[in-house]
Design a protein around this ligand. Structure first.
Ligand SMILES: CSC[C@@H](O)[C@@H](O)C(=O)COP(=O)(O)O
Length: 349
């Protein structure tokens, strides 16, 4: 059974699959306003860098449709406030800002709110569809790097649930499975939100790709004992120098992988690149303490316990063997190779 869509446009409204409830419940929540979409991104109803960007574009379209329906004379000001609210939802995934920047020329171009609303909706649907095609290309480029009979290790969820469909890291895994190269996948559970346990293992099981769930603490042991060929992860932001921000724990995995001679692949679309900064400058989101002091509402730490809960870390480029985009593969990424990759593709991230 294919993974259900994380994002769908139905009955003139946005519907988001509530990923907080997976895998036990498949529930779609309806959205009519940008502020609601921003809250859904913050609360992780929808998550994963490309899915966040697509949802934000739909959020802009929804707000414009609402303002058009209200014949709001202050629509320009109100739409600009909605953009600010969406931009404040999560700071690390650069796809959010990329999607909002894709909306900006339309805001400048259309003087009529009804026309603007239609144009924003068409853009959101286009970004959504394009993302699926981009991920298929990433998957195929990445799969070419996977040796026969491979076991691979993935972290968090960079799958269909995190994107318009197919996935980035899980796109590579899907393509490698299709090509008969995979013996199995190890999914790290990804504390505290358990994207690996709740989402990745579920998503791969739906596609009948053999997956084994493991706790993060088992990573070094498993890399020594089971010798995966690659660690394959997504990214929330790839910087100009090739450093990549991804789910907290990715940096640990890259260090462990280096020690055991396991290669590290980052699979990410052009929209995840931010060539205006280097890795140390990537903003890292801090999530609420309750995510680690509580499990499904039940305390698992002493009351008032101090916490650190960074949602992402930055893996230095020297620990990354390949970054795979829809345009191909950047081996041993660094500033110059990244610049050349996009120059060759004729695109400007
Ligand atoms: C294709 S998704 C890439 C990344 O966004 C993914 O690996 C990740 O870290 C998601 O974090 P999340 O906090 O679940 O949004």
């Amino acid at each position: 059974m294919p993974t259900p869509d994380a994002i769908r446009w139905q009955n003139e409204q946005l519907e988001l699959l509530d990923q907080r409830l997976l895998p036990s419940q498949t529930t779609y929540l309806p959205y009519q306003r940008a502020e609601q979409v921003a809250a859904a991104i913050k609360d992780m109803v929808v998550r994963g860098a490309p899915a966040i960007g697509i949802s934000a574009a739909y959020g802009m379209a929804l707000e414009a449709l609402y303002l058009a329906s209200q014949k709001d004379a202050n629509w320009a000001e109100n739409l600009s406030s909605a953009r600010t609210i969406l931009a404040a939802s999560r700071p690390t995934a650069v796809n959010l800002f990329w999607a909002l920047e894709r909306c900006d020329p339309l805001l400048a171009k259309h003087a009529d709110i009804a026309e603007l609303a239609e144009a924003l909706l068409a853009l959101a649907q286009q970004l959504h569809q394009e993302d699926i095609a981009i991920n298929t290309r990433i998957g195929d480029h990445g799969a070419a790097l996977i040796p026969e009979d491979s076991l691979v290790y993935t972290h968090c969820n960079a799958g269909a649930l995190a994107t318009g469909g197919y996935g980035t890291a899980l796109g590579v895994i899907r393509s490698a499975w299709r090509d008969g190269k995979l013996r199995g996948v190890i999914a790290g559970e990804t504390r505290p939100w358990l994207q690996g346990a709740r989402l990745t293992s579920w998503e791969l099981m739906q596609d009948k790709i053999p997956v084994t769930l493991a706790i993060e603490g088992a990573a070094a042991h498993l890399m020594r004992e089971q010798k995966p060929s690659w660690v394959i992860v997504g990214a929330d932001r790839v910087a100009a120098n090739g450093d990549a921000a991804n789910k907290i724990g990715t940096y640990n995995l890259a260090i462990i992988a280096k020690h055991h001679g396991v290669k590290v692949m980052v699979a990410a679309p052009t929209s995840t690149f931010d060539l205006t900064i280097d890795g140390p400058d990537i903003p890292i989101e801090q999530r609420p303490s309750e995510e680690i002091t509580h499990s499904r509402g039940n305390p698992v730490a002493p009351d008032q316990c101090q916490t650190h809960n960074p949602a992402f870390d930055v893996t230095p480029a020297e620990l990354i063997d390949a970054i795979v985009t829809e345009h191909g593969v950047i081996l041993s990424p660094d500033r110059e190779r990244i610049r050349q990759h996009f120059a060759d593709a004729g695109v400007k991230p």
